[in-house]
Design a protein around this ligand. Structure first.
Ligand SMILES: Nc1ncnc2c1ncn2[C@@H]1O[C@H](COP(=O)(O)OP(=O)(O)O)[C@@H](O)[C@H]1O
Ligand SMILES: [Mg+2]
Length: 323
């Protein structure tokens, strides 16, 4: 298999590699912060965006049969709560895979496992040819530069302008000049359909605009894979559709592989090349939207029909069980 990390690894071997910290005010949980603010200085990965060839030739460059992500029999519990109970899943490159399921079934947990923010109790998590759950922190930080993450709450740094937020990955991982960064921010904002907002603060943006800014930040390093956590939640149907259009655009124009976790069926129908559904800690169905729409599986049928399923509530209620 092609080693997609060679350019980055070479650059790092020749670089400084000092630990560093940044100061930033942000309303985000510690997982989000850890994903965005790496422990090691990777600015010597400068120009990785060009070196990995994606700017010249969009797309992952992987054979279509090679999964970008593989989960093999993954188990994950928090205390007594068993969230994932043997999830096996392949994510194909240059396609959008939608992970469907009601709240609390472990959709975000899957995204955290893929980015190495949490470890499985059992099983394997692969990103291309790297086994995520066995990587050292430094290598994990480096690998995260290949993954864009659109967080559920956008997770912008409140005290930074849009320009500073979007250029954050460049500041952290490249040595581009101020002018180059400015130009790349402008291009990324153009890609997500925003102009002239560079000097605004997140508090001055609408919910839809915040998601777009967060998406611009997520694609700054030309990621191989973009993870979208509930990308349309909290948006009105028109703005939600705008985000769906952007997901399609990134897939078709940039060849980005995508994983969208959602419970929004309209979004799933529009963006999915393939859907998988989680129920009771396992993948219980996979296929196209039309296959889901005529599925015999009772959980899929209830979910698609929007009918209350007492079993789902049982899964969520375990969290609060005093046992
Ligand atoms: N870091 C954590 N510590 C304890 N419990 C967690 C943690 N992350 C997730 N959980 C629990 O795992 C379950 C699944 O969470 P999550 O993946 O966020 O659900 P969703 O499918 O809505 O994204 C929830 O009950 C949640 O409370
Ligand atoms: Mg979630």
């Amino acid at each position: 298999m092609t080693d997609d990390f060679t350019p980055i690894r070479d650059a790092v071997a020749a670089g400084r590699g000092d630990q560093f910290e940044i100061e930033a005010g942000a309303s985000m949980d510690h997982f989000t912060h850890r994903f965005l603010c790496h422990r090691y200085d990777h600015r010597h990965v400068a120009d990785a965006t060009e070196k990995n060839g994606q700017e010249q030739s969009p797309g992952s460059g992987l054979a279509l049969s090679t999964p970008v992500v593989r989960l093999v029999d993954v188990h994950k519990s928090f205390g007594r709560q068993q969230v994932l109970r043997g999830v096996t899943l392949d994510i194909p490159p240059e396609r959008t895979t939608v992970v469907l399921g009601p709240s609390g079934v472990g959709k975000s947990v899957i995204l955290k496992l893929i980015t190495g923010l949490i470890q499985p109790d059992q099983g394997e998590v692969w990103f291309c040819d790297k086994r995520i759950d066995q990587l050292h922190r430094r290598e994990l930080d480096r690998l995260r530069t290949r993954i864009g993450f659109l967080f559920q709450m956008a997770a912008l740094f409140d005290s930074m302008t849009v320009e500073e937020n979007v250029s954050f990955p460049l500041t952290e991982h490249t040595e581009f000049s101020r002018e180059e960064r400015h130009e790349r921010v402008r291009k990324a904002l153009h890609t997500v359909g925003l102009e002239g907002v560079e000097h605004k603060l997140p508090s001055e943006l609408s919910g839809g605009q915040k998601k777009r800014v967060a998406l611009a930040r997520a694609i700054m390093l030309n990621p191989l894979l973009v993870l979208y956590d509930e990308p349309t939640t909290g948006l009105d149907p028109i703005r939600a559709d705008g985000i769906n259009e952007l997901i399609l655009k990134l897939r078709h124009e940039l060849g980005v592989s995508g994983i969208v976790v959602t419970h929004d069926l309209a979004s799933a129908r529009k963006v999915a090349d393939r859907l998988v559904m989680i129920h009771d800690g396992q993948i219980i169905a996979e296929g196209s939207f039309s296959e889901f729409a005529c599925s015999d599986n009772p959980h899929v049928r209830r979910f698609i029909a929007g009918q209350w399923d007492p079993c789902e509530d049982e899964v969520v209620s375990n969290e609060w069980s005093p046992r």
